[in-house]
Design a protein around this ligand. Structure first.
Ligand code: E4P
Length: 225
């Protein structure tokens, strides 16, 4: 499962990349608005930092298919070939997805709340489909199950589309989909940190250091004894 950061804060992206094995960055219009910066300015910085091979997902804003298509081309032109254009999985979006996929533009179908949206996106040739796990949970449905259903639909129908599970609020949600073998998950800072945020882990590591220092002296490591 690929692991991406769902944020557009360049400092935070740099910090997380320093520590964790990450495959790219996803953004949406609300995430860009939160950054408070000019969209292409921050996205160009993110692209320069993650490199041209990493995945960057950027959403088209237009309402009509024809405009989404034009917008998508400019997004890829300005941010590089490994930029996936996020297109909402609505009627106008499906029309745009078909055209863009036919022209070799990589598409991530977004705002997915139902398995049938995932199915249609795959038939349109989207590279990824992004179900909003936590938002679905908050509507009283089972976000994990919706994500699993879409993953199964892709496998059983021989689609090349992968799942890009999104909208996570805790590490258990991510774990469930990791165990299921979905293609990718995009998560925010708090959720990534929560993967290993456990007092038992910290205390086990500290106990090893304390025992070693009792043996070899405070501050010593295997480097200098
Ligand atoms: C992906 O980028 C989605 O837009 C995002 O994960 C939605 O997350 P939210 O439900 O926390 O806003």
């Amino acid at each position: 499962m690929k692991l991406l950061i769902d944020d557009a804060n360049i400092n935070l992206i740099k910090e997380l990349y320093d520590y964790y094995p990450l495959d790219g960055v996803t953004t949406n219009p609300s995430i860009l608005a939160k950054s408070g910066r000019a969209p292409y300015e921050v996205l160009t910085e993110i692209r320069a930092f993650i490199g041209e091979e990493a995945d960057l997902h950027v959403q088209a804003i237009s309402r009509k298919a024809e405009d989404m298509i034009e917008e998508a081309k400019v997004i890829v032109e300005r941010l590089g070939k490994n930029t996936f254009v996020k297109i909402p999985a609505i009627s106008e979006g499906f029309k745009a997805m078909k055209a863009l996929a036919a022209q070799g533009v990589k598409v991530t179908a977004t705002a997915i709340y139902t398995p049938m949206q995932g199915y249609l996106a795959a038939k349109c040739g989207a590279s990824y489909a992004a179900p909003y796990v936590n938002r679905i949970d908050n509507m009283g449905y089972d976000g994990i199950q919706v994500a699993k259903d879409i993953h199964d639909i892709f496998l059983k129908n021989g689609f090349q589309t992968s799942l890009l599970a999104a909208s996570f609020k805790n590490s258990q949600q991510v774990l469930e989909l990791c165990k299921y073998g979905v293609g990718a998950a995009t998560v925010g800072l708090d959720v990534i940190k929560a993967f290993v945020n456990n007092p038992a882990i910290t205390s086990a590591v500290e106990a090893f250091i304390t025992d070693f220092e009792k043996l070899a002296g405070t501050g010593n490591t295997m480097l200098n004894i």
